[in-house]
Ligand binder design. Structure first.
Ligand code: F6P
Length: 322
């Protein structure tokens, strides 16, 4: 193998930059050329590509976002779009592709390999942490810390005013960020899609807490929870128990910021492993961290297996909230 390509795709996540850096530096160290593809599969279809050198990735290890930019490219789902992407790959002589992104992006990578015979290796990067085949996806731990900082600040004002705050976090249809940030932030309750929400029970516990003298309460709600979104939940709780409530939706601020040390290290390990796999002639695999070991699994495992949240986090949060 002489030349590889690298792209970031889907929602960005803190740690994509250190991962690009790892891919580029490892590849150059091993004597390969590296092409950086801009704006994910969209850039691949449009031929928006530039060669990356060791110095191209200087000074990015601490930066959120992705220097390669990213996109959600609907047209790549069509045969015509994929054909255009393959044309770029062939024209540039790219012999293997590393795709850094979430499950949708890994599906795109899989299609390029299976249907168009382009060797690909996937690297899981998403704040949602919903990708099977790795304990952590790049960006998740940073997003949890960002949400946690917000929760800590909100706790101050909640306590001053004796209020209930409902804090909505991201995660699409999974509750990883909510469970981790909620447990770490001492939330009174955590509402996630993986566990049925009984609002009467939530209200009962909040009331009990107030009677025991709690000076504030925080509910962390995952955006995918079926109870109807933070504003709807706030309305229903205020109506039922008259607890003065405010809502904070953290939104995209969870996607930005400097990656924490663990995300940088994870990105460095996964990025370099992806290059090693391509050199060894492996393909259609995803690299991941499982029980502190770097492991490669078939890329389709990432979305075919449903990654389960650890509900003991929820149970523990309830013990802590007495
Ligand atoms: O998958 C990452 C994520 O941030 C989800 O948590 C969220 O639901 C979604 O992306 C938001 O997507 P967009 O940035 O396209 O609005």
């Amino acid at each position: 193998m002489r030349k590889i390509g690298v792209l970031t795709s889907g929602g960005d996540s803190p740690g994509m930059n250190p991962c690009i850096r790892a891919v580029v530096r490892k590849a150059i160290y091993e004597g390969l050329e590296v092409m950086g593809i801009k704006r994910g599969f969209r850039g691949l279809m449009e031929g928006d590509v530039e060669e990356l050198h060791a110095h191209s990735v200087s000074g990015i290890i601490h930066q959120g976002g992705t220097i390669l930019k990213t996109a959600r490219a609907e047209s790549f789902k069509t045969k015509e779009g994929q054909g255009r992407a393959v044309k770029t790959i062939k024209k540039l002589g790219i012999e293997g592709l590393i795709v850094i992104g979430g499950d949708g992006s890994l599906r795109g990578a899989y299609t390029l390999d299976r249907d168009w015979d382009i060797p690909v290796i996937g690297v899981p990067a998403s704040i949602d942490n919903d990708i099977a085949g790795t304990d952590f996806s790049i960006g998740f731990l940073t997003a949890v810390n960002t949400a946690l900082e917000a929760i800590d600040r909100i706790r101050d004002t909640a306590t001053s005013h004796n209020r209930l705050f409902i804090i909505e976090v991201m995660g699409r249809s999974s509750g990883f960020i909510a469970l981790w940030a909620g447990l770490a932030g001492g939330a009174e309750d955590i509402l996630i899609p993986e566990r049925k929400t009984d609002l009467d029970e939530v209200c009962r516990k909040l009331e009990e807490g107030r009677l025991r003298g709690k000076s504030s309460s925080i509910l962390v709600v995952a955006e995918g929870d079926e109870a109807g979104g933070a504003f709807e939940i706030a309305k229903r709780i205020e109506k039922k128990i008259g607890y003065e409530t405010r809502v904070v939706v953290l939104g995209h601020l969870q996607r930005g910021g400097s990656p924490v040390a663990l995300d940088r290290i994870l990105a460095t390990k996964l990025g370099t492993s992806a290059v090693e796999l391509l050199i060894k002639g492996e393909r259609r695999k995803m690299v991941g961290l499982i029980s502190n070991q770097i492991k490669a699994s078939p890329i389709e495992y990432a979305w075919k297996e449903k990654k389960k949240v650890d509900l003991s986090f929820y149970d523990l949060s309830q013990v802590m909230a007495i």
